[in-house]
Design a protein around this ligand. Structure first.
Ligand code: NDP
Length: 275
């Protein structure tokens, strides 16, 4: 049977995962299928049961299933357990599935691919949603000495800081949290096409600090443009998206794919076409 993998979500048409995985399948000459499957919350359990007997090597999980899928899986790896969300599922054999989360390693790999991540200075995370949770796990894992978190809804920031040691700063005073940091991460959806830009005064941010935005539609957000103008090194959000895909592909198809400039251009073309 030809190996199968895919992505489930509701909706799923916006997902760039098919474009990424099909590029690698073609590049590596692997005979396999990667499909986008629209699955409503009501059909999640039935779909997983169907996948158990359908020759699936595994699949990616996108909104709204990243948390609700957890009780339906047979195992969770420690990263997914720490984050409380699954974006990659791997078949273990005998119809069993393991849930993983590749957003945290993907985020770190993206930073490391562009420039060394500074672990001697504090980092500031803006946002406390699902992506911020994965980033907090990644920063803790990397050994960052101090993590500051700020979010519009302070209660959500405090909930995150109870799982991963961090200092919670008021959203109203978010510009003050930039003092002395070596890494600034926008993990809110502000700056995304159709959303307001992230409003923040960068004057206290050291010029040596790396600024990264996990929003990738558009690739160059207002935050990244402003950071570049004042001389800060920047890392865009596309790298995280591409590097998080490596773990699933390797587990499903038995070959480690490469995040190349050709892949970036291939995915970027779809992003620009959609904008
Ligand atoms: P969530 O919905 O879980 O979280 C959204 C976050 O944005 C929350 O912190 C929310 O704050 C904040 N936010 C939204 N609107 C506003 C606003 N008007 N003012 C202030 N804060 C606001 O989304 P995710 O965490 O899943 O995703 C966040 C972004 O990251 C998205 O743009 C997504 O596309 C991108 N992303 C990129 C990835 C990549 O690989 N590059 C991976 C995953 C996500 P509050 O809690 O107060 O509502």
């Amino acid at each position: 049977m030809i190996p199968r993998a895919g992505v489930i979500g509701w909706p799923v048409g916006h997902s760039l995962s098919p474009r990424i995985h099909r590029f690698w399948l073609a590049e590596l000459g692997i005979q396999a299928r990667y499909e986008a499957v629209v699955v409503s919350p009501d059909w999640l359990e039935d779909t997983i049961d169907r996948f158990r007997v359908g020759g699936w090597q595994g699949f990616n999980v996108t909104v709204p299933h990243k948390e609700t899928i957890i009780p339906l899986l047979d195992r969770l790896d420690p990263v997914a357990r720490a984050i409380g969300a699954v974006n990659t599922v791997v078949a273990l054999g005998n119809g069993q599935f393991e849930g993983r989360n590749s957003d945290a390693p993907g985020f770190l790999a993206s930073l490391r691919a562009t420039r060394a991540i500074r672990i001697d200075r504090p980092a500031v995370v803006l946002g406390a949603g699902g992506a911020a949770r994965a980033i907090m796990a990644a920063l803790s894992d990397a050994g960052i000495p101090e993590i500051r978190i700020t979010n519009r809804d302070r209660v959500r920031a405090e909930a995150l800081a109870s799982s991963f040691p961090a200092i919670v700063c008021d959203w109203a005073n978010r510009s003050d949290a930039l003092e002395d940091v070596g890494l600034m991460i926008n993990a809110t959806s502000l700056g995304m096409s159709g959303q307001a830009p992230l409003e923040i005064d960068l004057s206290r941010l050291p010029v040596s600090a790396i600024v990264t935005d996990i929003v990738y539609r558009p690739l160059m957000t207002d935050l990244l443009l402003r950071a570049q103008e004042r001389g800060n090194p920047t890392v865009d959000g596309l790298g995280m998206l591409l590097y998080q895909a490596v773990e699933g592909f390797t587990a499903w198809f038995g070959a480690t794919p490469h995040v190349s400039q050709d892949l970036r251009n291939h995915v970027l073309a779809a992003i620009e076409h959609a904008d």
